[in-house]
Design a binder for this molecule. Sequence first.
Ligand code: XMP
Length: 527
Amino acid sequence: MAGNAPVISGGVGELADEKILVLDFGSQYAQLIARRVREQNVYCEIVRHNLPAETIGAKKPRGIILSGGPSSVYEEGAPRCDPGIFELGIPILGICYGMQLACDTLGGRVGHCHTREFGRASLKIGKAEHLLAGLPDKIDVWMSHGDQVNEVSADFEPLAATDTCPFAAVAHKRLPVFGLQFHPEVTHTPLGGTILRNFLYNVCGCEGRWHLSDFAERTIKSLRERIGSDRVICGLSGGVDSAVTAALLFKAIGPQLSCILVDNGLLRKDEQAAVISEFSDHFKSDLHVVQAEERFLKQLAGITEPQEKRRRIGYMFVDCFKEEAVKISGAKYLAQGTLYPDVIESGAAADGPAATIKLHHNVGGLPEQLGFELVEPLRDLFKDEVRKLGLELGLPEHLIWRHPFPGPGLAVRCLGEVTKEKLDVLREADQIVVNEIKAAGLYRETSQTFVVLLPVQSVGVMGDARTYENAVAIRSVNTDDFMTADWSRLPYDLLARMSTRIINEVRGVNRVCYDISSKPPATIEWE
Ligand code: XMP
């Protein structure tokens, strides 16, 4: 993990002189708020909710956003910010819980709503000023709250209301403090972008200095300076993060970059060839392909427990990578495609929130074992920014928009024991599904679409003969952040084509199901 090791990161530098801080009160939307701010060309970081006012002031943000959160401000132990932040003179926008906290701190009364509001609401705007400048009298907004501000002190003025929420948007009269009970960051608030933009540009006086083209230029320059004449090793997975990492490094240091692709035998059909050809199209650099299918399959023989599969694959990956890396002489650095959400969720960000979710899936332990220093040029970026950056760097669209693929590969989609025969069946079925969804023009509209081979055989009839063969499930989900997901409403005709083709063309499969579970409670992968 990147936590303590010295890390060369990207070239945010003075692009972050104009920044917004999001204080995280445990909202599922904190990252979304930060992404929306960056979409408006203003750099944004997520920090702990209880950072001292002095520390926040020292960071010199142009504005502060208090996120939503699952707590009630009037409960004991509810997370609060340092009240000193309201005295810093820095504009503050509280969203949902953040608004309730701001009003509670500055003289309002928060309580249960008579009618809890979840979903779309119609906002009547009384004062189209500040945040709400330029908006019509009535707009659709997205509400998700059980509490609300029921009374405000004379210091606040209401700007907008819904039928059940009298203070849906407020402004403080003396301080640059604003509150929104609804969520401007979600797409269900169609004019939410205008509201955030008003906050950033009208209230905070931002100029919009965050541009990925500048980031790329600065990063390439700074990588070149920091790495000097040393060699860097970068693992390629076929995914967008490692490809963009390699592209940045290639622009910075050209032939001093060596890439390693470990073919663990758990890749999709023709994937190794695709990665190699993309690589040679875009990087004229050193590529090492480790053919390790046999070693991985041997490790997986007889193993059915999903976490044990993951563990074995992880160890074997490290072994293979290490064996190849030590052959590359003079390497001092290891590059990883760690992204900002990985850094936040693993608790590794300076002043960031505590780890909430999981350690991320990158090459754990390798840098320390091999004595490498880490290069993580993407650690300040969100996934959508990485995609844009990849396009700026000239990587092809099909690579940039490739669906994510788990590190343990098809092993976690081949339920039960993993064998070469089963993997081959899965690969054939998976390729049909992916080709069909691409042909239907729906690949980009879904976030992940794949096939799972079930450890189930069922009876069928083909021609005049009875069959007893495998069942597969098609999984297709739509999601913003992969933390929650909904199953994709694929057209019946498309599902029918996928099913017919799989049953006709893939030997050993006689039944196709469509997975209609959302996450939670199901996960995206089946194992
Ligand atoms: P779940 O199944 O937890 O998946 O809903 C969420 C996202 O994470 C990917 N995933 C993994 N990626 N190693 C990875 O690199 C793993 O062990 C792993 N498990 C799940 C999954 O494909 C989805 O995008």
